[in-house]
Design a protein around this ligand. Structure first.
Ligand code: SF4
Length: 497
């Protein structure tokens, strides 16, 4: 029996034949989506439901019953009402269209609903496949469109779907893909029917258009320090890989590595860190005590939750603040984690204002993020504007000594991120934490606040959030101590009394 090609399988196949084959024949070897990925899927469903409000007389075609879906679709294809999720099959092609909208004279428009903020190539392929499927089934398709999120929309009261969505006509772009579509479809159908998993090498396709969940297996053959760890390696990594170079130590000398990459290679060869004491000293000299180590955790949603906010705006719900009054001595910790379903920002601002003194450096790791959060708080609450303006000039970025390679440890594996620097420099790891990255923190907070009825679980998540955010700022304190030790604690500025 020849296989049925759905649009989901078509998109898998477009990205990678091996991934498609594994999805169909060996699904158990695919790791489950993590909480952050699941959140994206769930959000996609919410956006889809909201888009239906654009067509109030639309007919919901059931999606949980294949036979009913096909029957109800068939019964309504002769009508003049928009259809939500009609199932269209033609030969061995099958798709469900998000919205099939009557366009007059028996023709239809395809409207694909996405929670993205611009139309990507993969969306064009997606719609091109749907149009092929619909036309093969005898439907007349007039235009193809994508409804996606308008990031300029600001919520005031009930969500207005007419403002939230941008509907872009992509018919011209879909036409351009027409010539190759049939070949792609045949190729993918051929892969589906194979009894052996096709051999596919690793490449940029492992991350685009989506991060493939099989990377753990496919990339496992790489050595400990592979060329894919090369700092800002970009395309060069793939050029090296194509030429047979896999280990960072085998990179030819004439390959044109920049200064930072050369430091990285030298550190891997020696197993020793690189230390530029002058650079470190210049950074440490820029600190003014008391020093406030600040980190925000945020969440963002496609559909804004609060009045005055935009889609995907970062909404801070937590901060951690370690305060060092002097270069050496006691460090105090303060934190705030929002409770309840209301807008977390007013209380967060209040708590932060209480603890952030009016002088001294504010240290963040990748400071543009903290600066942006503060600036958006000032936009939302104009009475904070003057306070926020006064903070901005005090913010220093602890990323600087590491992105400048004043310090580099081979265990950073080509990254200057806090998650790599902290363990390499201090041995403090994120591995044992329940929540160990920012995306997960936002998703966990959403789950604990908006969907969990289990009090134990809710408390566990909140504890995990406090631990995680606290480690980010406590970690910065430890990093500064290590950097201080490296410079022999010689500072140009006099120590505060
Ligand atoms: S990791 Fe890369 S090569 Fe492996 S299945 Fe995924 S996309 Fe294909």
């Amino acid at each position: 029996m020849s296989p049925i090609l759905s649009k989901t399988s078509f998109l898998y196949g477009l990205q990678c034949h091996k991934y498609l084959w594994t999805q169909l024949h060996d699904q158990k070897s695919i790791p489950r989506a993590d909480a952050a990925m699941q959140f994206i899927f769930d959000q996609g469903h919410e956006v889809g439901d909201l888009a239906r409000k654009l067509f109030p007389d639309g007919i919901n075609v059931p999606t949980d019953d294949f036979a009913a879906n096909t029957r109800i679709t068939r019964e309504n294809l002769g009508g003049d009402k928009p259809l939500f999720e009609p199932g269209i099959s033609a030969g061995n092609l099958y798709c469900r269209v998000d919205i099939l909208n009557p366009a007059g004279d028996g023709a239809w428009d395809i409207i694909e609903v996405k929670s993205v903020t611009s139309v990507k190539d993969v969306n064009i392929w997606d719609v091109a496949f749907q149009r092929q499927c619909c036309e093969n089934a005898g439907l007349k398709i007039r235009n193809c469109k994508v409804a996606y999120i308008n990031t300029r929309y600001v919520r005031h009261g009930e969500i207005d779907p007419h403002q939230l969505f941008i509907i872009e006509d992509i018919t011209g772009r879909v036409n351009e893909y027409g010539d190759t579509l049939k070949d792609k479809t045949d190729e993918i159908l051929d892969v589906m029917g194979r009894t052996q998993c096709p051999e596919v090498g690793i490449g940029p396709h492992c991350n685009a258009p989506y991060e493939c969940p099989l990377q753990g297996a496919c990339w496992a053959f790489l050595p400990e320090h592979s060329i894919f760890d090369l700092y800002w390696g970009g395309k060069k990594r793939y050029e090296l890989f194509e030429s047979g170079v896999v280990n960072i130590l085998d990179i030819p000398e004439d390959c044109g590595l920049n200064g930072k990459q050369q430091i990285q290679v030298r550190c891997v060869a020696s197993g020793e860190p690189h230390v530029d004491r002058e650079g470190i000293r210049s950074f440490l000299n820029s600190l003014e005590y008391p020093v406030y180590y600040l980190d925000f955790e945020t969440f963002s949603t496609a559909i804004p939750l609060f009045d005055g906010t935009r889609p995907y705006q970062q909404i801070p719900f937590q901060f951690s603040l370690h305060v060092a009054e002097k270069r050496e001595g006691e460090v105090k910790h303060y934190g705030y984690l929002a409770e309840g379903r209301g807008d977390p920002r007013p209380r967060l601002v209040e708590a932060l204002r209480k603890e952030l003194g009016d002088k001294g450096s504010i240290v963040a790791y990748y400071a543009p993020f903290e600066k942006q959060v503060l600036s958006e708080l000032a936009d939302a609450f104009p009475s904070c504007r003057e306070w926020v303006d006064g903070l901005q000039g005090r913010i220093l970025d602890l990323l600087k000594p590491f992105s400048s390679f004043y310090y580099y440890h081979p265990e950073q594996r080509g990254s200057a991120s806090l998650k790599k620097v902290l363990p390499a420099l201090t041995g403090i790891s994120y591995d044992d934490l329940d929540i160990n990255d920012g995306k997960l923190a936002g998703v966990a907070f959403m789950a604990a606040t908006y969907s969990s009825d289990d009090e134990q679980e809710r408390l566990k998540i909140r504890h995990g959030l406090e631990e995680y955010c606290g480690q980010d700022t406590g970690g910065m304190v430890e990093i500064i101590k290590k950097l201080d030790d490296m410079t022999g604690k010689e500072y140009q500025n006099p120590l505060p009394l």
